[in-house]
Design a protein around this ligand. Structure first.
Ligand code: PLP
Length: 398
């Protein structure tokens, strides 16, 4: 049998420390590796497979579209793009959308739009305030917005015009605001930062500050959107409307697609300002349309809220049985984390692979839980049981 891990080592750039698991198939909450071993997938392709792996509605839409029309460029109109645009705009209460291919690209577009707003409406203001601990993607400007030297330091010089302030600190954000400031860019829950939810009053306070100072509020919902927090978009959970919204991950049911939306106030792009060869192609948009339609019609975001509560309380029970190891269980909806006192997350994740549950060691001291939103109560319980078995193995070895 081919040693795929050796093939990766020989041919693929070393950008990720992967788990030694070669996945070949997925269905719902479960995936299978090349040896036929089954796992509960509580990583969901990094919060992408919100409807589960290979959801029948997505598979059908992709199969039909792939045999009909895959790609045309935006020189022409295509129907799946416009069907998805209408549904997304109506569901979000925003005014216009642009489709791209990834989260980082959605953030890039959002930043360009904010800069255009500064140029046209705010005397050339261009600075964007972002939060420490944020993650906005891997393009040069997105790593600059992320503001973590770990991601950006090797690539200096970076894009100018970004200022970082501590997350959940409204006063710091106010102090950082100058006449150069055009926008504030935040995640409702910092995902890669370790699953750190915004305080509800913080986001409301930021919205109010933006309104009073003619700043745009850009919400990065690449990870929190599409039902993950128990509402269709995370901003609905927080009761705060953004001016610009970035989406990707769960939008395509597993197929790559990103989007950014804006309200009428900053709907300022004109022909030539922005574009994308693949952005909004019929194949990705057909997948996105099937995904969003299913999410809305079957109210899957409500399941996410219910299963999120069940998962959180099951993890709280694990914490109660292992008080010496687990410091905190936190998060919103089905974006949760277990924080340990010690940096044991990588070992626990590796033991959990053996036990048959896939998890993400988001920090050395924290494991992130982001399963498909469609998981059943039994899968929640089974996943937590497998996690606890993995944890116990690591604690015994210590
Ligand atoms: C909040 C957030 N923004 C942006 C990105 C970048 O998305 P992508 O990897 O699709 O470029 C991510 C990826 O994890 C993310 O979590």
């Amino acid at each position: 049998m081919t040693d795929w891990i050796a093939v990766e080592k020989q041919y693929y750039m070393f950008c990720a420390r992967r788990q030694p698991v070669v996945l070949v198939r997925g269905q719902g909450t479960r995936v299978w590796d090349v040896n036929g071993k089954e796992y509960l997938d509580f990583t969901a392709g990094w919060a992408v497979n919100n409807l589960g792996h290979c959801h029948p509605a997505v598979v059908k839409a992709v199969q039909e579209q792939v045999a009909t029309l895959i790609q045309t460029s935006n020189q022409f109109y295509t129907i799946p793009q416009l069907q998805l645009a209408r549904l997304l705009v109506e569901a979000s209460g925003l005014s216009k959308v642009f489709f791209c291919n990834s989260g980082a690209e959605a953030i890039e577009g959002a930043i360009k739009l904010a800069r255009k707003y500064g140029k046209v409406r705010k005397n050339g203001a261009y600075e964007i305030i972002t939060a420490q601990g944020a993650f906005h993607g891997r393009t040069l400007t997105a790593v600059t917005a992320t503001g973590n030297p770990h991601y950006s330091e090797p690539f200096i010089p970076l894009t100018p015009g970004f200022v970082q302030v501590p997350f959940n600190d409204l006063e710091a954000l106010k102090r950082a605001t100058t006449e150069r400031t055009v926008a504030v860019l935040l995640e409702p829950v910092q995902g890669e930062g370790g699953v750190i939810p915004a305080h509800p009053n913080y986001l409301k306070g930021v919205r109010d500050w933006c309104d009073r100072n003619d700043l745009l509020l850009i919400l990065d919902e690449v990870q929190t959107g599409m039902g993950r927090l128990g509402t269709v978009f995370g901003f609905q959970y927080y009761g705060v409307q953004p001016d610009i919204l970035a989406l990707a991950k769960g939008l395509g049911g597993g197929v790559p697609i990103g989007a950014f939306l804006c309200n009428e106030r900053c709907n300022l792009f004109q022909p030539g300002d922005h574009g994308s060869t693949f952005g909004g192609n019929p194949l990705a948009c057909a997948a996105g349309y099937a995904t969003l339609k299913t999410l809305l019609e079957e109210r899957i975001y409500e399941t996410s809220a219910r299963m999120g509560q069940r998962l959180k309380s099951a993890l709280e029970q694990v914490k109660a049985r292992h008080e010496e190891a687990i410091k905190e269980v936190r998060g919103v909806g089905l974006l949760l984390a277990v924080e340990f006192y010690h940096p044991i997350a990588p070992q626990v994740v590796s033991a959990c692979n053996d036990e048959g549950v896939l998890l993400n060691p988001v920090r050395p001291t924290a494991i992130r839980f982001m399963p498909p939103l469609t998981l059943t109560p039994e899968e929640v319980d089974e996943g937590v049981a497998r996690f606890e078995r993995g944890l116990v193995r690591v604690l015994k070895e210590k």
